[in-house]
Design a protein around this ligand. Sequence first.
Ligand code: UDP
Ligand code: MN
Length: 351
Amino acid sequence: MSGGMYLKRSARIWYLYFAIILLVFMCFLVNFGVWCPSENEQKLENLLSRYREQIKEKDQKYTEVKDSLRKSEKKVEDLILYLEVRGKNNRVFDKSMPVIYAITPTYYRGVQKAELTRLSQTFLHLPNFHWIVIEDSSSKTQLVADFLSQCGLSYTHLNILTPKEVKLKPDDPNWLKPRGVLQRNVGLSWLRKNLDPEVQPGVVYFADDDNTYDLKIFEQMRKTKVVSVWPVGLVGGLRFERPIVKNGKVTGWFTYWKPDRPFALDMAGFAVNLQLFFTYPEVEFSNYVKRGYQESTVLSGMMVTLDDLEPLADNCTKVLVWHTRTEAPKLTSEDKMKRKFGHGSDPNVEV
Ligand code: UDP
Ligand code: MN
Protein backbone atom coordinates (compact mmCIF):
# COMPACT_ATOMS: atom_id res chain seq x y z
CA MET A 1 0.00 0.00 0.00
CA SER A 2 2.76 2.40 1.02
CA GLY A 3 4.86 1.16 -1.98
CA GLY A 4 1.90 1.97 -4.25
CA MET A 5 1.64 5.37 -2.65
CA TYR A 6 5.38 5.91 -3.18
CA LEU A 7 5.13 4.95 -6.81
CA LYS A 8 2.13 7.19 -7.32
CA ARG A 9 3.91 10.06 -5.70
CA SER A 10 7.10 9.61 -7.70
CA ALA A 11 5.07 9.26 -10.90
CA ARG A 12 3.40 12.51 -10.08
CA ILE A 13 6.77 14.14 -9.49
CA TRP A 14 7.95 12.74 -12.81
CA TYR A 15 4.90 14.14 -14.48
CA LEU A 16 5.60 17.43 -12.85
CA TYR A 17 9.25 17.34 -13.97
CA PHE A 18 8.17 16.44 -17.45
CA ALA A 19 5.63 19.24 -17.50
CA ILE A 20 8.20 21.75 -16.24
CA ILE A 21 10.78 20.59 -18.80
CA LEU A 22 8.17 20.79 -21.58
CA LEU A 23 7.21 24.27 -20.45
CA VAL A 24 10.86 25.38 -20.34
CA PHE A 25 11.43 23.88 -23.77
CA MET A 26 8.40 25.63 -25.22
CA CYS A 27 9.50 28.88 -23.61
CA PHE A 28 12.87 28.34 -25.22
CA LEU A 29 11.28 27.71 -28.63
CA VAL A 30 9.04 30.70 -28.31
CA ASN A 31 11.79 32.88 -26.99
CA PHE A 32 14.10 32.15 -29.89
CA GLY A 33 11.35 32.36 -32.44
CA VAL A 34 11.71 28.76 -33.47
CA TRP A 35 8.16 27.95 -32.77
CA CYS A 36 5.22 30.25 -32.64
CA PRO A 37 2.46 29.55 -35.12
CA SER A 38 0.77 33.00 -35.03
CA GLU A 39 4.05 34.91 -35.31
CA ASN A 40 5.17 32.93 -38.37
CA GLU A 41 1.89 33.61 -40.07
CA GLN A 42 2.45 37.28 -39.37
CA LYS A 43 5.91 37.10 -40.94
CA LEU A 44 4.54 35.36 -43.98
CA GLU A 45 1.83 37.98 -44.27
CA ASN A 46 4.44 40.74 -44.05
CA LEU A 47 6.50 39.11 -46.76
CA LEU A 48 3.46 38.74 -48.99
CA SER A 49 2.38 42.32 -48.54
CA ARG A 50 5.91 43.44 -49.35
CA TYR A 51 5.77 41.45 -52.57
CA ARG A 52 2.32 42.87 -53.34
CA GLU A 53 3.74 46.34 -52.83
CA GLN A 54 6.60 45.60 -55.20
CA ILE A 55 4.20 44.21 -57.82
CA LYS A 56 2.06 47.35 -57.47
CA GLU A 57 5.13 49.54 -58.00
CA LYS A 58 6.12 47.52 -61.07
CA ASP A 59 2.55 47.81 -62.42
CA GLN A 60 2.67 51.56 -61.93
CA LYS A 61 6.01 51.79 -63.77
CA TYR A 62 4.59 49.63 -66.56
CA THR A 63 1.57 51.94 -66.90
CA GLU A 64 3.88 54.96 -66.99
CA VAL A 65 6.00 53.42 -69.75
CA LYS A 66 2.86 52.44 -71.64
CA ASP A 67 1.54 56.01 -71.32
CA SER A 68 4.77 57.58 -72.52
CA LEU A 69 4.85 55.16 -75.43
CA ARG A 70 1.29 56.10 -76.26
CA LYS A 71 2.30 59.78 -76.09
CA SER A 72 5.22 59.30 -78.46
CA GLU A 73 2.96 57.29 -80.76
CA LYS A 74 0.62 60.29 -80.68
CA LYS A 75 3.55 62.53 -81.61
CA VAL A 76 4.39 60.31 -84.57
CA GLU A 77 0.70 60.34 -85.59
CA ASP A 78 0.65 64.14 -85.31
CA LEU A 79 3.78 64.36 -87.45
CA ILE A 80 2.25 62.11 -90.09
CA LEU A 81 -0.93 64.18 -89.98
CA TYR A 82 1.11 67.38 -90.29
CA LEU A 83 2.91 66.02 -93.36
CA GLU A 84 -0.36 64.81 -94.90
CA VAL A 85 -2.02 68.13 -94.20
CA ARG A 86 0.89 69.96 -95.81
CA GLY A 87 0.65 67.62 -98.75
CA LYS A 88 -3.00 68.53 -99.11
CA ASN A 89 -1.99 72.17 -99.37
CA ASN A 90 -3.49 73.32 -96.11
CA ARG A 91 -1.68 76.00 -94.23
CA VAL A 92 0.47 74.64 -91.42
CA PHE A 93 3.31 76.99 -90.70
CA ASP A 94 6.21 77.25 -88.31
CA LYS A 95 5.15 80.14 -86.06
CA SER A 96 8.73 81.19 -85.31
CA MET A 97 9.41 82.24 -88.91
CA PRO A 98 7.60 84.80 -91.13
CA VAL A 99 5.64 83.20 -93.96
CA ILE A 100 6.45 84.39 -97.47
CA TYR A 101 3.25 85.06 -99.43
CA ALA A 102 3.96 85.15 -103.15
CA ILE A 103 1.21 86.78 -105.23
CA THR A 104 1.27 85.53 -108.81
CA PRO A 105 -1.11 86.73 -111.55
CA THR A 106 -1.37 84.26 -114.43
CA TYR A 107 -3.29 83.94 -117.69
CA TYR A 108 -3.88 81.26 -120.27
CA ARG A 109 -1.40 80.95 -123.12
CA GLY A 110 0.75 78.20 -124.61
CA VAL A 111 3.51 78.48 -122.03
CA GLN A 112 1.33 78.90 -118.92
CA LYS A 113 1.76 75.39 -117.50
CA ALA A 114 5.48 75.43 -118.26
CA GLU A 115 5.88 78.77 -116.42
CA LEU A 116 3.85 77.58 -113.42
CA THR A 117 5.86 74.35 -113.27
CA ARG A 118 9.16 76.23 -113.30
CA LEU A 119 7.95 78.64 -110.65
CA SER A 120 6.45 76.02 -108.35
CA GLN A 121 9.61 73.96 -108.46
CA THR A 122 11.59 76.95 -107.25
CA PHE A 123 9.07 77.57 -104.46
CA LEU A 124 9.11 73.93 -103.36
CA HIS A 125 12.55 74.54 -101.88
CA LEU A 126 11.19 77.12 -99.43
CA PRO A 127 9.90 76.49 -95.91
CA ASN A 128 6.97 78.59 -94.59
CA PHE A 129 5.79 79.61 -98.01
CA HIS A 130 2.27 80.23 -99.32
CA TRP A 131 1.49 80.76 -102.99
CA ILE A 132 -1.47 82.92 -104.02
CA VAL A 133 -2.23 82.29 -107.68
CA ILE A 134 -4.80 84.53 -109.34
CA GLU A 135 -5.99 83.65 -112.79
CA ASP A 136 -6.91 86.38 -115.23
CA SER A 137 -10.14 84.62 -116.18
CA SER A 138 -13.87 84.74 -115.46
CA SER A 139 -13.66 81.37 -113.68
CA LYS A 140 -10.94 79.10 -112.39
CA THR A 141 -9.62 76.87 -115.16
CA GLN A 142 -9.27 73.10 -114.82
CA LEU A 143 -5.66 73.33 -115.97
CA VAL A 144 -4.58 75.63 -113.13
CA ALA A 145 -6.82 73.90 -110.53
CA ASP A 146 -5.34 70.48 -111.39
CA PHE A 147 -1.85 71.89 -111.54
CA LEU A 148 -2.11 73.50 -108.11
CA SER A 149 -3.69 70.50 -106.44
CA GLN A 150 -0.71 68.34 -107.30
CA CYS A 151 2.11 70.92 -107.07
CA GLY A 152 2.90 70.11 -103.42
CA LEU A 153 2.83 73.74 -102.25
CA SER A 154 0.57 75.45 -99.76
CA TYR A 155 -1.58 77.65 -102.03
CA THR A 156 -4.71 79.69 -102.60
CA HIS A 157 -6.39 79.68 -106.01
CA LEU A 158 -8.31 82.81 -107.01
CA ASN A 159 -9.47 84.46 -110.23
CA ILE A 160 -10.62 87.76 -111.67
CA LEU A 161 -11.00 88.73 -115.29
CA THR A 162 -9.28 91.90 -116.50
CA PRO A 163 -12.05 93.97 -118.21
CA LYS A 164 -11.79 94.38 -122.00
CA GLU A 165 -11.06 98.10 -121.91
CA VAL A 166 -7.83 97.61 -119.94
CA LYS A 167 -6.87 94.21 -121.35
CA LEU A 168 -3.76 93.86 -123.53
CA LYS A 169 -4.57 92.43 -126.97
CA PRO A 170 -2.30 89.72 -128.38
CA ASP A 171 -0.62 92.11 -130.84
CA ASP A 172 -0.33 95.09 -128.46
CA PRO A 173 3.16 95.99 -127.25
CA ASN A 174 3.42 94.72 -123.67
CA TRP A 175 3.98 98.21 -122.22
CA LEU A 176 0.68 99.54 -123.57
CA LYS A 177 -1.48 98.46 -120.64
CA PRO A 178 -0.81 97.35 -117.09
CA ARG A 179 -0.83 93.59 -116.55
CA GLY A 180 -1.90 91.62 -113.48
CA VAL A 181 -3.26 94.70 -111.67
CA LEU A 182 -6.69 93.41 -110.62
CA GLN A 183 -5.20 89.98 -109.93
CA ARG A 184 -2.66 91.42 -107.46
CA ASN A 185 -5.47 93.38 -105.80
CA VAL A 186 -7.56 90.24 -105.36
CA GLY A 187 -4.47 88.63 -103.81
CA LEU A 188 -4.16 91.59 -101.39
CA SER A 189 -7.87 91.35 -100.45
CA TRP A 190 -7.41 87.66 -99.68
CA LEU A 191 -4.44 88.45 -97.41
CA ARG A 192 -6.38 91.12 -95.57
CA LYS A 193 -9.42 88.92 -95.12
CA ASN A 194 -7.70 85.68 -94.15
CA LEU A 195 -4.52 86.54 -92.28
CA ASP A 196 -3.52 88.16 -89.03
CA PRO A 197 0.08 89.44 -88.95
CA GLU A 198 -0.11 89.56 -85.12
CA VAL A 199 -0.64 85.80 -85.02
CA GLN A 200 1.67 84.82 -87.86
CA PRO A 201 4.13 87.37 -89.25
CA GLY A 202 4.56 87.43 -93.02
CA VAL A 203 6.22 89.05 -96.00
CA VAL A 204 4.48 89.74 -99.32
CA TYR A 205 6.20 89.39 -102.68
CA PHE A 206 4.70 90.02 -106.12
CA ALA A 207 6.12 87.14 -108.12
CA ASP A 208 5.08 87.24 -111.78
CA ASP A 209 4.87 83.83 -113.41
CA ASP A 210 7.51 84.46 -116.08
CA ASN A 211 10.44 85.75 -113.99
CA THR A 212 13.40 83.75 -112.71
CA TYR A 213 14.15 83.69 -108.98
CA ASP A 214 17.29 82.68 -107.08
CA LEU A 215 16.36 80.98 -103.80
CA LYS A 216 18.76 83.28 -101.91
CA ILE A 217 16.48 86.28 -102.32
CA PHE A 218 13.62 84.55 -100.47
CA GLU A 219 15.66 83.83 -97.37
CA GLN A 220 16.84 87.45 -97.39
CA MET A 221 13.37 88.97 -97.92
CA ARG A 222 11.92 86.84 -95.10
CA LYS A 223 13.44 89.32 -92.60
CA THR A 224 11.81 92.38 -94.20
CA LYS A 225 10.76 94.85 -91.49
CA VAL A 226 9.04 97.42 -93.73
CA VAL A 227 10.11 97.17 -97.38
CA SER A 228 13.20 95.42 -98.73
CA VAL A 229 14.66 96.14 -102.18
CA TRP A 230 17.26 94.59 -104.51
CA PRO A 231 18.43 94.69 -108.15
CA VAL A 232 16.47 93.09 -111.00
CA GLY A 233 18.26 91.69 -114.05
CA LEU A 234 17.27 92.11 -117.72
CA VAL A 235 14.79 94.92 -117.22
CA GLY A 236 14.18 98.48 -118.40
CA GLY A 237 16.44 97.97 -121.42
CA LEU A 238 19.46 97.41 -119.18
CA ARG A 239 21.44 94.37 -118.03
CA PHE A 240 20.03 95.26 -114.65
CA GLU A 241 18.38 98.06 -112.69
CA ARG A 242 19.09 98.63 -109.03
CA PRO A 243 18.57 100.88 -106.05
CA ILE A 244 21.56 103.16 -105.44
CA VAL A 245 22.92 102.44 -101.95
CA LYS A 246 25.20 104.75 -99.95
CA ASN A 247 26.38 103.77 -96.47
CA GLY A 248 23.75 101.06 -96.28
CA LYS A 249 20.90 103.43 -97.24
CA VAL A 250 18.96 103.70 -100.51
CA THR A 251 19.46 107.18 -101.95
CA GLY A 252 17.97 106.79 -105.45
CA TRP A 253 17.60 104.53 -108.47
CA PHE A 254 19.91 103.31 -111.17
CA THR A 255 17.54 103.04 -114.16
CA TYR A 256 17.52 104.57 -117.64
CA TRP A 257 13.74 104.72 -117.86
CA LYS A 258 12.03 107.33 -115.62
CA PRO A 259 14.60 107.38 -112.82
CA ASP A 260 12.63 110.17 -111.16
CA ARG A 261 9.80 107.91 -110.11
CA PRO A 262 9.54 107.86 -106.27
CA PHE A 263 10.30 104.12 -106.41
CA ALA A 264 11.90 103.39 -109.78
CA LEU A 265 11.94 99.63 -109.38
CA ASP A 266 10.29 96.62 -110.96
CA MET A 267 7.56 94.57 -109.30
CA ALA A 268 10.14 91.79 -108.84
CA GLY A 269 12.54 94.08 -106.97
CA PHE A 270 10.86 94.53 -103.57
CA ALA A 271 9.03 92.76 -100.74
CA VAL A 272 6.70 94.23 -98.11
CA ASN A 273 6.08 93.27 -94.49
CA LEU A 274 2.53 91.84 -94.28
CA GLN A 275 1.70 94.21 -91.41
CA LEU A 276 1.95 97.22 -93.73
CA PHE A 277 -1.03 96.04 -95.81
CA PHE A 278 -3.07 95.95 -92.59
CA THR A 279 -1.88 99.37 -91.41
CA TYR A 280 -3.02 100.74 -94.81
CA PRO A 281 -6.06 98.58 -95.61
CA GLU A 282 -7.17 100.67 -98.62
CA VAL A 283 -3.93 100.66 -100.59
CA GLU A 284 -3.97 98.75 -103.87
CA PHE A 285 -2.76 98.75 -107.47
CA SER A 286 -4.64 100.63 -110.17
CA ASN A 287 -5.14 100.34 -113.91
CA TYR A 288 -5.29 104.12 -114.13
CA VAL A 289 -1.89 105.28 -112.86
CA LYS A 290 0.88 106.51 -115.21
CA ARG A 291 2.94 103.80 -116.88
CA GLY A 292 5.70 102.59 -114.56
CA TYR A 293 4.02 103.98 -111.47
CA GLN A 294 2.34 100.82 -110.09
CA GLU A 295 5.08 100.15 -107.56
CA SER A 296 5.48 103.83 -106.62
CA THR A 297 1.72 104.27 -106.12
CA VAL A 298 1.45 101.36 -103.71
CA LEU A 299 4.62 102.14 -101.74
CA SER A 300 3.93 105.90 -101.50
CA GLY A 301 0.34 105.06 -100.51
CA MET A 302 1.72 103.22 -97.50
CA MET A 303 3.87 106.22 -96.51
CA VAL A 304 7.08 104.37 -97.30
CA THR A 305 10.13 106.64 -97.71
CA LEU A 306 13.61 105.91 -99.12
CA ASP A 307 14.80 105.88 -95.52
CA ASP A 308 12.57 102.86 -94.77
CA LEU A 309 14.06 100.71 -97.53
CA GLU A 310 16.19 97.73 -96.54
CA PRO A 311 18.74 96.98 -99.31
CA LEU A 312 19.34 93.24 -99.81
CA ALA A 313 21.54 91.19 -102.16
CA ASP A 314 24.80 92.48 -100.65
CA ASN A 315 23.76 96.14 -100.60
CA CYS A 316 22.17 95.75 -104.03
CA THR A 317 25.37 94.56 -105.69
CA LYS A 318 24.03 91.13 -106.76
CA VAL A 319 21.34 90.15 -109.25
CA LEU A 320 19.18 87.40 -107.74
CA VAL A 321 16.01 87.99 -109.78
CA TRP A 322 15.66 88.24 -113.55
CA HIS A 323 12.79 89.83 -115.45
CA THR A 324 12.84 87.03 -118.00
CA ARG A 325 10.08 86.96 -120.60
CA THR A 326 9.22 83.72 -122.31
CA GLU A 327 8.86 83.90 -126.05
CA ALA A 328 5.36 82.97 -127.23
CA PRO A 329 5.77 79.69 -129.12
CA LYS A 330 4.66 79.67 -132.76
CA LEU A 331 2.35 76.69 -133.10
CA THR A 332 1.93 77.16 -136.84
CA SER A 333 2.35 73.50 -137.71
CA GLU A 334 -0.83 72.60 -135.85
CA ASP A 335 -2.89 74.12 -138.65
CA LYS A 336 -0.62 72.64 -141.31
CA MET A 337 -1.05 69.22 -139.67
CA LYS A 338 -4.82 69.66 -139.66
CA ARG A 339 -4.86 70.54 -143.33
CA LYS A 340 -2.58 67.66 -144.26
CA PHE A 341 -3.76 64.88 -141.91
CA GLY A 342 -7.15 66.08 -140.70
CA HIS A 343 -6.02 66.64 -137.11
CA GLY A 344 -3.34 68.41 -135.11
CA SER A 345 -1.61 67.12 -131.95
CA ASP A 346 -3.85 65.15 -129.53
CA PRO A 347 -6.04 67.76 -127.76
CA ASN A 348 -6.47 65.37 -124.81
CA VAL A 349 -2.83 65.80 -123.87
CA GLU A 350 -2.41 68.80 -121.60
CA VAL A 351 0.56 71.04 -122.42
N1 UDP B 1 -0.81 88.74 -116.73
C1 UDP B 1 -2.17 88.60 -116.56
N2 UDP B 1 -3.02 88.94 -117.58
C2 UDP B 1 -2.56 89.42 -118.78
C3 UDP B 1 -1.18 89.59 -118.93
C4 UDP B 1 -0.33 89.25 -117.88
O1 UDP B 1 -2.60 88.13 -115.52
O2 UDP B 1 -3.38 89.71 -119.66
C5 UDP B 1 0.11 88.37 -115.64
C6 UDP B 1 1.31 87.55 -116.06
O3 UDP B 1 1.04 86.17 -116.03
C7 UDP B 1 2.39 87.95 -115.10
C8 UDP B 1 1.99 89.37 -114.72
O4 UDP B 1 0.63 89.52 -115.06
O5 UDP B 1 2.40 87.14 -113.94
C9 UDP B 1 2.81 90.41 -115.49
O6 UDP B 1 2.62 90.21 -116.85
P1 UDP B 1 3.86 90.12 -117.90
O7 UDP B 1 4.86 89.19 -117.37
O8 UDP B 1 3.32 89.87 -119.25
O9 UDP B 1 4.38 91.60 -117.80
P2 UDP B 1 5.84 92.18 -118.02
O10 UDP B 1 6.82 91.07 -117.85
O11 UDP B 1 5.81 92.70 -119.39
O12 UDP B 1 5.94 93.23 -116.99
MN1 MN C 1 6.90 89.37 -117.05
